[in-house]
Design a protein around this ligand. Structure first.
Ligand SMILES: *Cc1c(COP(=O)(O)O)cnc(C)c1O
Length: 379
């Protein structure tokens, strides 16, 4: 089955009771038993729920994995991965990382004796310098947030395999429409399904997908034992979202390309960060591992003024100033005052998050309206 069919049919079957084409929302915590243990495969909804299971099969299908797991948020999914580890274990992670992931690693798990190394992985061989006998996991985000750096997943996975270390990839920005980390050698793929998979900014959810049964069993155990599952309503919504993922992504990419081109020639713009631009330092790797380049982009303005950037995001009308990304509607964000405000100026500037940086999640509206909106805001 091809990807554009998997988004709609992958892992899905029509409801056995009445043939409903969409899975019913099984809004139940428990299931009747005829005799102790006499049930139809479902006992309690933390452990299993038919609507959630339908979604988990869809997750597995679109990422070319064998086992999918749905969680109450992206961070709950990451939390489950770190629970595979024990005190003394070490993790090597990308340094330009989603802020919440960084907070989870440093503020929660360092206190439990897990050590994290945050490094630039644009040159994958750098990872080897940090590997020792305690290294158990490599955590990668690509493209990264908000600088849209690209990491070579195949190169990182070769290193992970050589040292028998697990490789997990946060595929939130790219989605499986653009790149499939499991096919490139990752062991675990993770999503904030809140973003593109849900696609409509109406639900918070996380996902994991793996190929290996043994690893899946460990993660299912953690999912049930820790209990950070998502509810049946939310499962239904994300399953519905996934059915249009390929169509939405196609338009996100088209609009992203047009806006990158528009910004590049604008006299007030200093720099545009979008992996599809030939000027992007890892454009060639992006081109090799991604089908297209997505709808996330960042830019800076000449003069690097904090205030001028605030005025731009305030003036934008169709681009709503808001956290999050990946929905059908366009959003803007100013990392220095929003997502990265808690990071000291010198620290954030090291990774490129300077005062004038603006991040756009380009939606699927008409491109003419989006460009007019940017035009009036940049005046
Ligand atoms: C939003 C996001 C997360 C966290 O997901 P939640 O659903 O908000 O918990 C993790 N990684 C990336 C790249 C994200 O954009």
């Amino acid at each position: 089955m091809k990807f554009n069919t998997k988004t709609i049919h992958g892992g899905q079957e029509h409801d056995k009771a009445y043939g409903s084409v969409m899975p019913p929302i099984y809004q139940t915590s428990t299931y009747a038993q005829s005799t102790p243990g006499g049930h139809k495969g479902y006992e309690y909804s933390r452990t299993h729920n038919p609507t959630r299971n339908a979604l988990e099969k869809s997750f597995a299908s679109i990422e070319n994995g064998n086992h999918g797991l749905a969680f109450g948020s992206g961070l709950a999914a990451i939390d489950a991965v770190i629970k595979l580890l024990k005190p003394g274990d070490e993790v090597i992670s990308t340094n330009d990382l989603y802020g919440g992931t960084y907070r989870l690693f440093t503020k929660i798990y360092e206190a439990f004796g897990i050590k994290f190394h945050f490094i630039g992985m644009e040159n994958a061989s750098k990872i080897e310098m940090y590997i020792n006998k305690n290294t158990k996991l490599i955590w990668v985000e690509t493209p990264t947030n908000p600088m849209l750096n690209i990491i070579d997943l195949e190169a990182v996975s070769k290193i992970a395999k050589k040292y028998e270390v697990l490789l997990a990839a946060d595929n939130t920005f790219a989605t499986p429409y653009l790149q499939k980390p499991l096919d490139l050698g990752a062991d675990i793929v993770m999503h904030s399904a809140t973003k593109y998979l849900g696609g409509h900014s109406d639900v918070v959810m996380g996902a994991l997908v793996v190929k290996e049964k043994e690893l899946a069993d460990k993660l299912y155990f953690i999912q049930n034992a820790s209990g950070a599952v998502c509810g049946p309503q939310d499962s239904f919504l994300v399953l519905r979202g996934i059915k249009t993922l390929h169509v939405r992504m196609q338009r996100h990419c088209e609009n992203g390309r047009a806006i990158a081109a528009y910004l590049e020639q604008h006299p007030k713009i200093e720099k545009v960060y979008w992996p599809g631009l030939k000027t992007h330092p890892n454009h060639d790797i992006a081109k090799a591992q991604m089908k297209d380049f997505g709808g996330m982009l960042s830019f800076t303005t000449k003069g690097n003024s904090y205030e001028a950037s605030i005025r731009i995001v305030e003036k934008l009308k169709i681009f709503t100033l808001a956290e999050s990304l990946g929905g059908v509607e366009s959003l803007s964000g100013h990392p220095a005052s929003m997502t990265h405000a808690s990071i000291p100026k010198e620290e954030r500037e090291k990774t490129g998050v300077i005062d004038s940086l603006i991040r756009l999640s380009v939606g699927i509206e008409d491109i003419d309206d989006l460009i007019s909106d940017l035009d009036q805001a940049l005046l």
